[in-house]
Structure formats: C-alpha cells, structure tokens
Design a protein around this ligand. Structure first.
Ligand SMILES: Cc1ncc(COP(=O)(O)O)c(C=O)c1O
Length: 381
C-alpha cells in the first residue's frame, strides 16, 4: 500500500475525501509551484506567455505534452492540452467529418461531458446516435463486446465509450471495442476521465483513435486541466486542419491559455509517475475491495459494479432502497461525519459512489463504512 500520510494535501482538517472521481485534491507543493509560475509570468507577461525560450512559463507548459505522452504511451505531437475531458470530447465531436445519415455508437451510460458534443452533432447535422444498453451489474467482458458488435450499423462512423463508467465504475474492455471499431472502419473514441491516474493507461495498446482525459481527477492536477490524444493516422481523418497547427500549447494559432495550471499538471503527473501507475492501481484496488466488502454486508445496499476482476475499478457504487434518499445520505455523511461521497446520478440509480485514491487509507475507509452503517440505521430501513 502507498503511505497515505505522505501527501501534502490542503483538505480542511478532519475531512475525509472519498470522491476523487468527481475531483481530486491538489498537493500544497504543486499549488505553490503554480503560484510561483503565475508570479513569474506576471513579472514579464509577454515573454512568459509567448517566448519559446526554455525558461518561459509557456514553454514549460508546452513540455507537459511530453509528460502526458510518456504517461499514456504515445508521442507528444499526438497530445493537445485541454481544460478537461468535456473540452476534449467536444473538440473531437466538432472535428469528425460526419454527414447527415452517418451514425455514432455510444453506451447508455456516458457522462454528459463525454456525450454532449455528439448529441449536438446529432441535432444539428442529422447524425444518428445509437446506444448500447449496459444493464447495471455486468460482469463479462465478452458480453459487453458482443453488445457493441450487435449495435454496429453500416454507417457507424465512431464508437464512443468511457474507459471507466462514472456511474457504475465498470472498466470497459476498450481494446476489444477498439478492434471492433477498426474492423468496422469506424473510429474508437475513449472518454478516459475516470481512468488516467488511477491505473496504467496505454493508448497504443488499447488501439483507440482518440482518448480524452481530465487532469483534475485521478491525476490530482489543477482544476481546469486535461488532455486529448489523437493517434497520428486519425489526425488525418479529423478536421478541421487547425488540429495540425494548434498542438503547441500557447502557440499563435492555439491562443493564450492558463499556462501555470498546465505547469502544475506536469508536476502532478510527475508525482503519479514516481509512485508508478501499477502501484496506484493496486493501492486503490485494495481500498475498493475493502469498501465493496463493507458495503456488501449492509442489508440496505446492493452493489452495482463488479467487486473484482478485469471489469472492476476504484469506483465503487451501490444502490439504495427507494425509501432512502441518496442526497440526504450524502449530505449527512458530509455534515455529520466529514466524509465526502458521491450521490449517484438519479437517472441511473438511487445510490452512492465511493472512489478512494492514493491519499486514502484503510482507516478512512473503515470510518466511512461505520458512518454509513450509522446513517442507514437512522433511516430505519
Ligand atoms: C466519464 C466522464 N467523462 C467526462 C467527465 C467530465 O470531465 P471534465 O470535468 O474534466 O470535463 C466526467 C466527470 O466526472 C466523467 O466521469
């Protein structure tokens, strides 16, 4: 296990954060480095914003594309820095040349940030949106892939899929789905918001054409940071041609961005890298298993995702009986116990989600389980 105490977080005293899947906390030293970068920038704004010398803030921000590339196994000219997953997914939806009658295929559990750009293309350009239903509680990768295969249509141009489902915590068999897309002549576009930083991600091994992710979740980077990978061959298929001009962060054709935040993202990546993504995954798997085991024995809850195996992740979700309002439960966990958990989106199920990360430990998990037990008892269920 990673020593949870070694993180210099600035969480309010006593607060237990078990919701990195929403946003992760930033280390004090990373935030201080960002403040320092911002101060350097404001002392010499034009040079620090546009100058390409190695000591400028914009150059240091641009170098973060290389760190992202090393983290996810691609080249830096396949990486664009963004403000988050939604930004990346919308860019992709705008860039794909689609004409009326073309179709895209996605699951019925995509996060709004991942699907919104495609829904817009659907409404504006007459693009058909097909959905793969993912019944909650899936435990077989083969069944999942077969569902995608059955939903492909002759004019399916892209498959859009979350690497890890934000509601269910389901870790999707994205490599098999990417193969399926390739065989069908479609692009495979992965929403990696819930994957990068909690486990090793290798975009070449996945074989996807594009992958969008957030810096402010599992990487514990600054809020408003993220990145987009587009494989070199897919760059040729994606318009507009500006893509080829705007990869440099803070270049003339890409405009002016919050370079100090990106410098901070680079430092956050360094930290995850130093721990090793495999070690992070193992730490989180142990805590997630502890949560699953603890939740499974609570009479009122039923588990949503797989508890272990290739489809499990560090996002652990459970359904509540209708009589228990997940919003009230979440608020009581926070107000009475100082424990941050997520209320599942009601359109999927009435329930809760816990997502432990490297700064959490077994004692915090046990405190959360104990608090849940107390609160569920109080509901009288
Ligand atoms: C699967 C998924 N996609 C997209 C997003 C949105 O990410 P961002 O805030 O970086 O745009 C989230 C956030 O929870 C998510 O879970």
């Amino acid at each position: 296990m990673i020593a949870a105490r070694s993180f210099d977080l600035e969480l309010a005293p006593g607060l237990i954060h078990l919701n990195t899947a929403s946003v992760g906390p930033v280390s004090a030293s990373v935030r201080a480095a960002v403040a320092d970068a911002w101060m350097r920038l404001e002392r010499d704004p034009v040079r620090m914003t546009y100058g390409r010398e190695p000591d400028t803030v914009v150059s240091q921000a641009d170098a973060v594309r290389g760190k992202v590339a090393a983290l996810i196994g691609c080249d830096s000219d396949e990486v664009l820095l963004t403000s988050g997953t939604t930004d990346g997914m919308i860019k992709l939806a705008q860039a794909l040349p689609l004409v009326a009658g073309d179709r895209v295929l996605m699951t019925d559990q995509e996060h709004e940030g991942g699907e919104t750009g495609w829904l817009y293309r659907g409404a504006r350009d007459g693009i058909g949106i097909d959905r793969v239903a993912l019944p909650l509680g899936q435990t077989s990768a083969e069944t999942l892939v077969a569902r995608f295969a059955a939903a492909l249509r002759p004019r399916t141009r892209a498959i859009i899929v979350s690497h890890v489902g934000s509601a269910s915590g389901l870790r999707m068999p994205v490599a098999a789905i990417a193969r399926l897309a390739r065989d069908a002549g479609a692009l495979c576009i992965v929403d990696g918001a819930q994957a990068v930083g909690q486990m090793p991600v290798d975009v070449r091994r996945i074989g996807c054409d594009a992958y969008a992710a957030s810096g402010h979740k599992w990487l514990m980077g600054l809020k408003g940071t993220g990145f987009l990978y587009i494989a070199r061959p897919a760059q040729e298929r994606l318009g507009p041609p500006q893509w080829l001009l705007t990869r440099d962060y803070g270049g003339n054709s890409s405009g002016t961005g919050p370079a100090p935040l990106m410098v901070g993202l680079g430092l956050a990546i360094d930290r995850i890298d130093a721990l090793g993504t495999k070690a992070v995954e193992q730490h989180n798997a142990a805590l997630a298993a502890r949560i699953s085991a603890g939740l499974a024995v609570l009479d009122d809850l039923s588990m949503i995702g797989p508890r272990r195996g290739e489809l499990a992740s560090a996002l652990v979700a459970a359904r509540l009986p209708d009589a228990i309002d997940s919003r009230i439960l979440r608020d009581r966990m926070r107000g009475r116990h100082g424990i941050i958990i997520k209320m599942a989106e009601k359109r999927w199920f009435n329930g809760i989600r816990l997502s432990p990360h490297i700064f959490n430990d077994a004692a915090q998990v046990d405190a959360a389980l104990n608090a849940l037990r107390i609160e569920l008892d109080q509901f009288g269920a």
